[in-house]
Design a protein around this ligand. Structure first.
Ligand SMILES: C[S@@+](CC[C@H](N)C(=O)[O-])C[C@H]1O[C@@H](n2cnc3c(N)ncnc32)[C@H](O)[C@@H]1O
Length: 353
């Protein structure tokens, strides 16, 4: 490109009325801009290229398709983002433990590349699968996703959601979301059909130790308690419900942790050596103490499966309703976050520089 004199002249074209650099104007003129500076693309190394509107992408990136600028944001330890009801939320909420598909798409974008394979062995109504499909249109490209789910009703809902969503997309003139490979059965059996090292990202949301069985009681109790004087129209204290039920969690929790540890050990052969295993898990308050489920689960998985914990990204939902628990006698946390545990296969962690 131009010599220094030309460069100087060119940059002057993108000043605002006060003579300051006008990044918006430069962007409109399709000049590469990152962090408010015009990038001299001649200065980029061979393995770097400028991606229009997104910044510099480094071809050596083995983790995802993000540019440096996007990577910086994606490695933040807190994801402070509310995901308002969307993607046929009413249908999906029959499940009760569903995750926002847009959040899943965000995580898939952080931990995989276009064309990669994503597995969710506890797929529910398909938050991960829908997220993988969103990546084709709103991210860096389609991921192939496989889901395992043992409850047929949740699979039916996934299909209904996809159909309804695609009808709306067609009406808006948008391309349809791809249908992903949802399989019915027990993940412990179905994992045997997945070839070794074929999964680039295992993204899942684990079943809680005795949550499934107690969901019904909790919902009934929730409705009752919301009528009994919680503040500001808040609903129930999940923790208080658990304490009230007087269930001996300790043995069950140990069983659950052991079960999760062996299950994840079985999954690990399917994960590529430079892949990731990403697990949603909320902590809980019960029997008047904080249950650090995320830490317990991380340690249990690490102790059995050849996986190393690389990060815990906190998903903080600023839109979550606050409830008043314990007031005025006891400090009880009002949970507005979930943990997103990020594991890497051990071999990959050992070779990291
Ligand atoms: C926390 S939910 C996952 C919700 C999901 N992230 C979503 O967006 O819908 C866990 C799911 O795992 C399923 N599940 C539990 N044990 C399973 C097993 N052994 N094999 C397959 N699915 C199982 C449950 O039926 C439940 O739907």
């Amino acid at each position: 490109m131009a010599d220094d004199g030309d460069r100087h002249r060119q940059s002057r074209l993108f000043t605002d009325d006060d003579g300051a650099f006008d990044a918006d104007r430069a962007r409109e003129e399709s000049l590469p801009v990152e962090d408010g500076e015009v990038i001299d693309t001649d200065d980029l190394a061979d393995h770097q290229r400028y991606v229009e509107g997104r910044g510099i992408y480094d071809e050596r990136n083995r983790v995802n398709d993000l540019t440096g600028k996007e990577w910086k944001y994606a490695t933040k330890s807190v994801i402070a983002e509310g995901y308002p009801p969307a993607v046929q939320h009413d249908l999906r909420s029959e499940h009760g433990g569903q995750k926002p598909p847009r959040l899943c798409a965000e995580l898939i974008g952080r931990f995989s590349k276009a064309g990669d394979t994503v597995l969710d062995p506890f797929a529910g109504v398909g938050g991960t699968l829908l997220g993988a499909s969103f990546c084709e249109h709103d991210g860096t490209g389609l991921r192939e996703a496989i889901g395992f789910e043992r409850t047929e009703r949740w699979i039916e809902i996934y299909r209904e959601v996809l159909e309804a969503e695609n009808e709306e997309r067609r009406a808006r003139g948008e391309p349809p979301l791809a249908e992903q490979d949802m399989r019915h059965g027990d993940c412990v059996d179905l994992i045997d059909d997945v070839p070794d090292e074929s999964v680039d990202l295992l993204l899942t949301d684990v079943p809680y130790w005795d949550m499934d069985e107690r969901e019904q009681t909790r919902n009934e109790r929730a409705t009752r308690e919301s009528k009994l004087g919680s503040f500001g129209g808040a609903t129930t204290d999940e923790a208080a419900v658990d304490a009230d039920e007087g269930i001996d969690d300790r043995r069950t929790k140990a069983d659950w942790l052991a079960d999760m540890a062996t299950t994840f050990d079985r999954f690990t052969d399917a994960v590529a050596p430079d892949g990731h295993v990403v697990v949603f898990i909320g902590d809980m308050y019960r029997d008047q103490s904080y249950e650090f489920l995320s830490a317990d689960l991380a340690r249990a998985i690490e102790s059995t499966a050849p996986l190393t914990l690389a990060a815990n990204q906190i998903w903080y939902d600023p839109t979550k309703d606050l409830h008043v628990y314990g007031y005025p006698f006891s400090f009880v946390p009002s949970m507005v976050h979930q943990n997103v545990l990020v594991f890497r296969p051990e071999a990959a962690s050992e070779t990291e520089n």
